[in-house]
Design a binder for this molecule. Structure first.
Ligand code: SF4
Length: 327
């Protein structure tokens, strides 16, 4: 069975952008692939943070993932900092990665431009990402298009290490991208991306009343000024959310009603709200039950870390031996 590695930062509760763009896909893949799902807390400390907040968010992310359908019987769910081999391999890869390649990474340029003092960790973030993936010799990595450049760097690191220390038969596979099919979910404010820092999200675990309060004013097709103006569903974020949450016959109905001005945007949003409530209510209820049992969450993460560490240790033993260290 091919192995798949997915990482997510501990940003607390998931929002529906994370859920639709990544986690739902991981849930679908977990039976078909050997799945490792890692809460990448070391990545989260490349920007300013509070220790207690990090701890809470790591736990909340684990709860959200489990409630969304990540099944510890079919996937290895663990926290990055519980497996020391991630940083050990990252150091080794640091010695092989040219500075210029890291400085060219779009995400580094974007994030560093907003900081007065740039921590080295922000620059070497993609090297740690390469270590996350290659430590498990993952064949596939589910990514959004904005992560393709980092994945290419992981492939480059694998090629470099193989050429230097395993020239006859590649030790590290070059991981392939499993590009998520779901289009990126836009912010409710019409922004290009749904993001917590932009305050335009719907939380996966939010109460229905709070979700409706956010949906009501959400941006729709800007050309639909009057109720009688026909709309263009494809340019409307609400239509894309229908495609993610509503059954196909409803999506067809939305498109027909919108393009003929058969109904207004509020009617359209009410139908979306019903579809979202149907899918999200069981997740919210499961999350509440999981949250009430913190010992089980800890046990799941501990067992996941044990399984991940067992694979990581085998990789590191071989890596060190080939590099001239006494394993
Ligand atoms: Fe968007 Fe629905 Fe309004 Fe059309 S009717 S513009 S799909 S909210």
């Amino acid at each position: 069975m091919s192995r798949i590695f997915s990482g997510i930062q501990p940003s607390g509760d998931l929002h529906i952008g994370n859920y639709l763009g990544a986690v739902k896909n991981w849930v679908a893949l977990q039976g078909r692939f050997e799945s490792l799902i890692c809460i990448v807390d070391y990545h989260a400390i490349t920007v300013a943070y509070e220790p207690q907040v990090l701890r809470d968010r790591t736990r909340d992310m684990a709860i959200s993932l489990l409630a969304s359908g990540i099944d510890p019987e079919r996937a290895v769910l663990f926290v990055q900092s519980a497996v020391a081999e991630h940083t050990e391999l990252a150091w080794i890869f640091n010695t092989l990665t040219p500075l210029g390649e890291l400085e060219r990474q779009t995400q580094f340029k974007d994030k560093s431009s907003r900081q007065e003092s740039i921590p080295v960790g922000l620059l070497t973030y993609p090297v740690l990402q390469a270590a996350d993936i290659l430590l498990y010799k993952a064949d596939l990595v589910p990514v959004g298009e904005d992560q393709l450049q980092h994945l290419e760097l992981s492939r480059e690191v694998a090629r470099k290490w193989n050429a230097r220390f395993s020239p006859d038969a590649p030790f590290f596979p070059e991981p392939k991208a499993e590009v998520t099919k779901t289009p990126r979910v836009m912010g409710l404010d019409g922004g290009a991306k749904m993001s917590k820092s932009l305050g335009n999200t719907v939380g996966l675990l939010e109460e229905p009343a709070a979700i409706w309060e956010k949906l009501k004013p959400a941006v729709t097709d800007p050309a639909r000024v009057r109720r009688t103006d026909p709309g263009t569903p494809e340019v409307c974020n609400i239509y894309h959310l229908h495609k993610a949450f509503s059954p196909p016959e409803t999506v067809q109905h939305v498109a027909a009603q919108c393009s003929t001005a058969g109904w207004g945007c509020i009617e359209c949003k009410k139908v979306l709200f019903e579809s979202m409530t149907k899918e999200l209510t069981p997740i919210r209820e499961r999350a509440a039950a999981i949250r009430a049992d913190p010992a089980t969450v800890k046990a799941v993460l501990r067992a996941g870390a044990d399984k991940a560490r067992a694979i990581a240790r085998v990789t590191m033993r071989e890596v060190k031996e080939r590099m001239g260290f006494d394993p």
